[in-house]
Design a binder for this molecule. Structure first.
Ligand SMILES: [Zn+2]
Length: 475
């Protein structure tokens, strides 16, 4: 009798810790993991599987597009190029005051994101020696938007009160109703999360995805009234990558209204978040300490996959300079782990627990690789040519330089103020190769045909005293 009681207590605590959904997701979708180890994680892979279930062939198309994008990356060891700056809008969708995080947390989060994407993060020096030849600097920066889509000044932080208490939804079933819960996950779970990005569903609709990176913050838990009112945290964050974007090769007809961008559970935003994870998730108070969850999700937004490819040793993330691994690092930071045989530069490297695209503690993750960095930049060039500015580009708006039309079929007109008379004009491919070298005449005007295939180019104009850069898309 005592033994039975003890067993029931243990079983009950186990279920209590997991809730009713996370174990089910693992059983259904993740052969490399077991339901027993189910814990909150990233939802991006599960979102992709759900999109594929709704639109069969979606994942295969996305995999193929990703593989082709990686094959086209420049094989150069040169600098990745100029800083790309992206305007960001944070949508804080809150039901109570604790979810309505103060500006200071958003500022710190943005600082963390910018440090990580410029390889300025204080822990970047902790990457182990075998990985040092492969780590890269994406050289991407994020700025709070200063102008909203209507042209009005903004702080780049939208605060929206919502009647929705749990964006994961309310599960109307008990733990023995497995079939119904399974159906609910398919029908409702990702639709529930989507509500955070739709005004009419209690969320905050995205600003033009071609001009702003949208980041949503809210309570992503699931309320389970028939499990003692348990609030299950399944996903710390998830992201919808440009797959489904009109410019992307792939299908986007999955009927989920989730906006393109990133979602993060409000407790995982930080550093210096005043809110703690309640039991049984207290362990995450020591895991998401530096705001690296958003770095991870923005990596997904820019087309990166998990470093272990969400499968065993035969499944890759399509990136050649990340080692294979048979599973995530499970938030353990085990430096002895080398789960798969691989050969990078002739070496069988250990699992790269330092990678932002693993599941590591924030204290342990500190790097993207060079190829991951190149892929993220290439995603911007390919799918979001109007989302970023290059280098000093913004200052050109105030100067007398103009280039049109842009995008262009190749015929371009460049006009400049008198200080640019006779200036050098150079056209570079995204790979950094010089395509054309021209000269602005004495009247500081130039009509020219951009040589080379369709794609994105960078045009620099160099006068005696200043240099300006433009990007132009040839269609
Ligand atoms: Zn992820």
């Amino acid at each position: 009798m005592k033994k039975t009681l003890l067993f029931l207590l243990v079983a009950s605590f186990g279920l209590q810790a997991q809730g009713l959904i996370n174990g089910l997701l693992h059983q259904n979708h993740d052969s490399s993991d077991s339901a027993a180890s189910a814990q909150p994680q990233c939802g991006s892979h599960f979102l992709m599987l759900e999109q594929d279930r709704r639109s069969p062939g979606y994942k295969a198309a996305a995999d193929k597009a990703l593989q082709e994008a990686v094959e086209k990356l420049p094989q150069s060891n040169k600098s990745l190029g100029a800083t790309l700056t992206i305007p960001v809008v944070f949508h804080i969708v809150y039901n109570d005051s604790t979810e309505n995080l103060p500006d200071s947390v958003i500022f710190n989060q943005l600082q963390s994101l910018n440090d990580n994407y410029a390889r300025r993060n204080a822990d970047s020096g902790n990457v182990r020696a075998p990985f040092r030849p492969y780590v890269g600097n994406p050289n991407i920066q994020f700025e709070l938007a200063t102008v909203d889509p209507d042209g009005n000044p903004t702080t780049g932080i939208v605060r929206k009160s919502t009647p929705i208490t749990h964006f994961g939804g309310i599960l109307p079933y008990a733990q023995n109703q497995t079939a119904q819960i399974q159906q609910w996950v398919e029908d409702s779970l990702f639709y529930n999360f989507s509500r955070i990005s739709v005004d009419s569903l209690g969320g905050s609709s995205p600003w033009d995805i071609d001009r702003y990176l949208n980041i949503w913050i809210g309570d992503l838990r699931i309320f389970e009234p028939q499990l003692n009112n348990f609030e299950e945290l399944v996903f710390l964050g998830l992201a919808r990558p440009p797959i489904g974007h009109p410019n992307f090769v792939g299908t986007g007809t999955d009927s989920l209204p989730l906006g393109i961008g990133a979602l993060v559970h409000y407790v995982a935003i930080g550093p210096n978040n005043p809110v703690s994870y309640p039991p049984p998730y207290g362990g995450f108070n020591n895991i998401t300490t530096e705001g690296d969850i958003l770095t991870h999700e923005v990596g997904h937004f820019l087309a990166l996959r998990h470093i272990w490819g969400d499968g065993g040793c035969t499944v890759d993330d399509y990136i050649s300079d990340t080692p294979l691994s048979n599973n995530s690092n499970q938030f353990t930071c085990n430096t002895n782990r080398n789960s798969c045989l691989d050969s990078i530069g002739g070496a069988n490297l250990p699992d790269m627990i330092e990678n932002f695209m693993d599941y590591s503690t924030d204290a342990c993750m500190n790097s993207f690789t060079r190829e991951q960095s190149q892929l993220m930049r290439s995603t911007l060039f390919t799918y979001f040519p109007n989302l970023f500015t290059i280098g000093e580009e913004e200052s050109q708006l105030a100067s007398s330089l103009s280039l049109y039309p842009n995008p262009s079929t190749g015929q371009l007109n460049l006009q400049a103020g008198p200080q640019f008379a006779g200036a050098q004009v150079q056209v570079y491919s995204i790979a950094g190769q010089l395509v054309q070298s021209l000269n602005l005449g004495a009247d500081a005007q130039l009509d020219f045909q951009l040589e080379g295939p369709q794609g994105l180019y960078i045009i620099t104009v160099q006068s005696a005293s200043e240099q300006q850069s433009f990007k132009v898309l040839k269609q």
